[in-house]
Design a protein around this ligand. Sequence first.
Ligand SMILES: Cc1cc2nc3c(=O)[nH]c(=O)nc-3n(C[C@H](O)[C@H](O)[C@H](O)COP(=O)(O)OP(=O)(O)OC[C@H]3O[C@@H](n4cnc5c(N)ncnc54)[C@H](O)[C@@H]3O)c2cc1C
Length: 375
Amino acid sequence: MGAPLDVCIRGAGIVGRTLALLLARDRLRVGLVEAPAPAEARPDVRAYALNSASRDLLQRLRAWPDEQHATPVQAMDVRGDEGGRVRFGATEEGAPALAWIVEVQPLLTRLADAVRFQPQVELLSAPQPAALTVVTEGRGSATRDEFGVHFQVTSYPQRAIAARLDCEKPHGGVAHQWFDDGHVLALLPLGGPGGNSVALVWSVQEPRADELLAVSPGDFQLRLQAACHDELGRMTLASERMAWPLQRAQADRWCGPGWVLAGDAAHNVHPLAGQGLNLGLADAETLAQVLHGREYWRSPGDEKLLRRYERARKADVLAIGWTTDGLQQLFAQPTEPWSLLRNWGMRGFDRSGPLKHWVVRQAMGQARQPRTGRP
Ligand SMILES: Cc1cc2nc3c(=O)[nH]c(=O)nc-3n(C[C@H](O)[C@H](O)[C@H](O)COP(=O)(O)OP(=O)(O)OC[C@H]3O[C@@H](n4cnc5c(N)ncnc54)[C@H](O)[C@@H]3O)c2cc1C
């Protein structure tokens, strides 16, 4: 390309690629720094619950995977440890789906293809000077440290085990979640509406995580079937098991002169509500809107401008962080009165009508109104 860059994005994950495409559409010259793939890179077995706002964004960028890799969730069934239960349905919300379960690798490939066909984006193997540097390097970002940002981390004594499983019974478009004994187990439907495979996210305390990763596939399957009360019949591992340490984290500053953070480089939340990437995609969309709406004399790296983005996003991120943290804490308490309280709360919430409806709408991303601090 040769011309100087307007924006250099460091980190070509889902958030970095999405932002590159958004800014390129706005005629900005973008450099996207890709880290070299590790020698023993293993395909990511996760699948993400993405809300309708994220779906709309990725569809506009022509990066939404085909329906085999983006399964609509028609209903959600959440169970507590003492009979508490909450059910959500897309029909009750008058929506085509509550969320979509999107496989990570196909989504990354769609985004990579879209980036390759975008002449405004240059793929880089090392950072280059630009009016604005955007850090989208994920939770372990090194550039964030170089900018002197304090990343305040609260570690949960848990790891999330992810895997794919084939099931005896079809999932019927239902996502299941169990809160039990401090653990959170989610089975997310895969393979399209008629599929019978699921993505597992099982957040368990540290010693048990080691054990579940070490046992034979057969033993693991039996323990999983017992934990989900044989909901989908016999289950067979269709991938290896992978695990992620869990944390809640927040950068103390999101921007400075000529630089800004987005996605997991700025914030991490517990995956129990499936919101981390939804937040990161909302960051990308809001940052692109702020840059688009800047006064003609402002550079993309103007700190005042970047503060508008930080203000617009922080409240949303804090609210999700508190909610997921609160739920995690509430279900981590093994004794009464907590166990009674949470299950009583779940039953009450299930019957709460407008409150339940409002919460579902928030999670679906339908209330997402970018607040950029400008008209
Ligand atoms: C078990 C689990 C389940 C989850 N489920 C959901 C869900 O259902 N829904 C949801 O919305 N979210 C979910 N999340 C959260 C989601 O994974 C993250 O929010 C999302 O991946 C963040 O994307 P990102 O692009 O910001 O960061 P990342 O995905 O971490 O990408 C960062 C990229 O930057 C690259 N990089 C790092 N350092 C450098 C460098 N120095 N130079 C260049 N490149 C660099 C990395 O290689 C990587 O490609 C889940 C998380 C976990 C752990």
